[in-house]
Design a protein around this ligand. Structure first.
Ligand SMILES: CCCCCCCCCC(=O)SCCNC(=O)CCNC(=O)[C@H](O)C(C)(C)COP(=O)(O)OP(=O)(O)OC[C@H]1O[C@@H](n2cnc3c(N)ncnc32)[C@H](O)[C@@H]1OP(=O)(O)O
Length: 254
């Protein structure tokens, strides 16, 4: 999914706010900017369902964006490219057997898993990217529909938001990538409806492999809830029968 998720995720890079200079002037490539989402709202902006911790951290990181060292990443449910025939061609090129299952109509109805919940009930999050430090910080407030053991987040929900965060970090460096391995150590249960910080770091790139690690901590940094390491693989360029780069540089209208 992340090949497609990659496109969705890179749509996030369109969002540079808080008076920060345009992403292009920050050195982000046109390629990144080209993954534009044209539908629905940007879920990474403050909502009434955000608690005071989420809102305060949003304001703190938005402030850090003012000098251009950090970029806030917008987040949508879908990208315009997903609706185009070209995106079906992309799936066919990389995963021909999947293209027998996913038709254009299904693709147009699909939406990002983490954005499929009612406001405040599931994943509320906003990510900030520091290119120089190869870091992405995710401020995450999980809702009551993410419960596992009573009163705590489901481990799969924690894994999901980790995958989204380390995945975004891999995407901003590697483009179209997929999760090959995700290794999680659950150290302490995360109280339901709390706000936590996910700090991810791109550790190294070896050929097509990107290694990204992260920590999930309480907002005061005193509790380490979860640690994870991950491996992302850039999709094999030689298998490419379709020029995704060109498609995203010149996206079709939705
Ligand atoms: C706002 C949007 C947010 C978006 C972020 C959301 C994040 C969500 C991300 C996902 O959930 S993605 C969905 C879950 N992942 C998958 O479904 C991937 C399924 N696996 C595959 O499709 C392929 O296995 C994969 C594309 C990952 C790799 O296949 P390839 O044929 O391109 O690679 P290949 O097998 O040739 O391996 C390339 C290198 O990686 C290594 N490798 C591959 N898989 C590995 C693995 N699992 N562990 C360790 N090494 C691995 C492999 O040994 C080799 O190393 P060397 O180059 O040194 O020889």
């Amino acid at each position: 999914m992340l090949g497609r998720g990659a496109a969705r995720a890179l749509g996030a890079l369109r969002g540079v706010r808080g008076g920060a200079p345009p992403a292009r002037s920050l050195g982000l490539s046109r390629r990144l900017l080209s993954f534009e989402k044209v539908l629905d709202k940007d879920h990474s902006l403050p909502k009434p369902c955000w608690g005071k911790d989420m809102r305060r951290l949003f304001d703190q990181f938005t402030k850090k964006c003012e000098d251009g060292s950090w970029i806030q990443l917008a987040s949508y449910e879908q990208i315009s490219a997903q609706r185009s025939q070209d995106f079906s061609a992309f799936i066919h090129a990389y995963f021909p057997s999947a293209s027998e299952v996913i038709n254009k109509e299904k693709l147009s109805q699909a939406q990002l898993f983490t954005r499929g919940f009612e406001d405040g009930m599931g994943f509320e999050y906003v990510m900030f990217y520091n290119k120089a430090e190869k870091r992405i910080v995710c401020v995450f407030q999980g809702g009551p529909h993410l419960q596992g053991m009573p009163g705590f987040f489901h481990g799969g929900a924690t894994a999901t938001i980790i995958d989204a965060t380390v995945g975004m970090n891999a995407i901003v460096s590697g483009g179209i990538v997929m999760t090959a391995n995700l290794n999680i150590n659950f150290k302490s249960p995360i109280p339901l409806c709390s706000t936590v910080l996910i700090n991810s770091q791109l550790d190294k790139i070896e050929g097509r492999k990107l290694f990204v690690s992260c920590k999930v901590q309480s907002i005061d940094g005193k509790i380490l809830y979860t640690e994870a390491t991950s491996l992302f693989i850039m999709l094999e360029p030689k298998k490419k029968k379709y020029d995704l780069k060109e498609a995203v540089l010149n996206p079709l209208p939705a």
